[in-house]
Ligand binder design. Sequence first.
Ligand code: FAD
Ligand code: EPU
Length: 342
Amino acid sequence: MTNLLPLLADYPLQNLNTFGIAARARQFLRIGHLEQLQAIYHDSQLKKLPRLILGGGSNLVLSDQVDALVVQMCLKGRQIIDEDDYFVHVEAAAGENWHEFVLWTLSQGVGGLENLSLIPGTVGAAPIQNIGAYGLEIQEVFDSLTAFDFATGNIVRIDKAACRFAYRDSIFKQAYKDRMVILSVRFALPKQWQARLNYADVAQYLNQQQIATPTAKEISNAVIAIRQAKLPDPVQIGNAGSFFKNPIVSAAQRHSLLDAHPRLVSYLQESGDYKLAAGWLIDQCGWKGRQLGQAGVYEKQALVLVNHGGATGAEVRALAVAVQTDVQAKFGVLLEAEPVFV
Ligand code: FAD
Ligand code: EPU
């Protein structure tokens, strides 16, 4: 084996997942060069091992023992590629920190990503669940990505249609799961920038600040302030953001739920279906602020499960099941987990 692959055995992952679960990896490797992925592909032993591609570890629920080769994506680099009459094309490597990348685009005078400020994690993970917040999903500003294909050993460029983006979903959580390693992501950011203020919290915040025509930077600051007030900082309290997706139900199902629960929080979708606020459903079941072992439901946002210190992966799963069971019993709606369970 060459020094391209300095493998570390029984490696601690507690500081590499925002839930702070004290997991250990059977084998661990930092990827700073594409050649390292190619070397794994050409190594008959390593290629056979189950793999976990790790970014910032902010959307994972780890088991205490991760019996896999964990590869942490540390590829760096970001640049403005080109521009035409309509778009500025910007690209970043998978290992770049997402929020720093957003701030960098703004510092270059390029707006378009500001509503996605302060989402933890890496650029390479952003397409996996089509990250979204405060009125924008990355699919709306996504151009294409490059990936290393572990089925063929080739580098491929994948365009937007092929990614099959949907709410908190893409082909990388489905058919390409465990196959494609994202190397870089390219965005097409509109030259005719327009403020995106359709999320009530953002409009309200700017209103309070008496900012009538906000710049992209002012929207970024607003989103940062709203997020800091609502969501726990993983440095202080372990979590993976929203633990469940907001469930989507038919207009008929929403109608009958509204009969029984007139204060139900729901949002009309383009399809005519409704997205329900899972946080409200969990809140109504009385789970906010409650704890099972060292895993708990965050006191300010019921959709976020937290680690009160020393929670195991099993405790987090047990709490998630208890919450799901109660929501299903009260509302007849099954909550689907958002983070990836390993
Ligand atoms: P990881 O957790 O390391 O990995 C997540 C998944 O992506 C895993 O399956 C992993 O194998 C895969 N993966 C990672 N990198 C690659 C790669 N280069 N190639 C192939 N596969 C890869 N998400 C939102 O959408 N909106 C939010 O508003 C939001 N808020 C959050 C707030 C908090 C406080 C926290 C902790 C999380 C939040 N999240 C949110 C979830 C999370 O930040 C995103 O899902 C983020 O994109 C995960 O990035 P990561 O690098 O940490 O990925
Ligand atoms: N609510 C309650 N009680 C709670 C929490 C929420 O009643 O404890 C109700 C409130 O009525 C509130 C509504 O739920 O108005 C929606 O709450 P919020 O605005 O906080 O948004 P969310 O639906 O809980 C989603 C995303 C977040 C994203 C925000 C902002 C999902 C699963 N979650 O949260 O994404 O940041 O909107 O766009 O779609 C993530 O994916 O990890 C994440 C944090």
